[in-house]
Ligand binder design. Structure first.
Ligand code: FAD
Length: 206
């Protein structure tokens, strides 16, 4: 959600963030807000001169599931990646709750002094309308995980065990974000580093 005025920016210019629940009965937050003092469109790649402010609404714990498949038997060939974003009905429902909450925040009295016109959603109305707008504007936050997920080996999709060793392959460990059984409720870099440190400890036997 973007509002005038302030300057062009991207999310790396984040000046504030929040974790929220799309519904009060949830145990943990399922939405992450990133506030930037500028107009963020297409990660800042689409320039729109002028001042503005933005709240980026990210869905934590998405229920949609993508797929990574081999394109051919050539190990050098790029894989076929289909993220299948927003294919689960719960995900779009929670995103709609998120953008409505972001709009409420921008419409609160605290922003009266600096608020300009709402750029992409001023006339948004029904949930169907919000859904169409989200589907046309949503992008990724670059946090893919779980393609090599950790599990107890009982499920056919379990790739590594708690020791990070690949089931059925001798002498091979995986130590990166791909082993996360499901995505963390946050950005993924810190968790990836912790997995790396844990792998080093396991290999050193400490
Ligand atoms: C644009 C962008 C912005 C992001 N911003 C944030 C952020 O602000 N905060 C945050 O927490 N997370 C952020 N992330 C996510 C974070 O970077 C990843 O979750 C994290 O880097 C995952 O670590 P990894 O070790 O699993 O994979 P990577 O960091 O991708 O490491 C994989 C490594 O494997 C190497 N490699 C690949 N193929 C081969 C091969 N065949 N042989 C040898 N080496 C190979 C690559 O060169 C790379 O060094 C961002 C990601 C992107 C893309």
């Amino acid at each position: 959600m973007a509002q005038e005025p302030h300057r062009q920016t991207d999310l790396a210019d984040c000046r504030g963030g929040a974790f929220l629940k799309s519904s009060p009965d949830l145990e943990t937050p399922d939405l992450q807000f990133t506030f930037a003092p500028g107009i963020v469109i297409n990660h800042g790649k689409t320039m729109r001169p002028g001042h503005g402010m933005s709240i980026h609404v990210a869905l934590l714990k998405p229920r949609s599931r993508g797929a990574v498949k081999l394109a051919s038997a050539d190990p050098g060939a790029a894989p076929l990646i289909d993220p299948q974003y927003l294919t689960h009905a719960d995900d779009i429902r929670r995103m709609i709750a998120g953008v409505k909450r972001a709009r409420e925040i921008f419409r609160s009295a605290e922003f009266d002094r600096i608020r300009g016109k709402e750029l992409h959603s001023a006339d948004a109305g029904s949930d169907e309308d919000w859904q169409a707008r989200i589907r046309s504007r949503a992008d990724t936050l670059y946090h893919p995980v779980g393609t090599c997920r950790m599990g107890n080996g009982k499920d056919r999709f379990d790739v590594v065990g708690a020791d990070l060793k690949v089931y059925g392959v001798e002498g091979l460990r995986v130590a990166d974000a791909s082993v996360m059984p499901e995505i963390v409720s946050a950005n993924t870099n810190a968790g990836s580093m912790m997995i790396g440190w844990k792998a080093a400890d396991l290999i050193m036997g400490s």
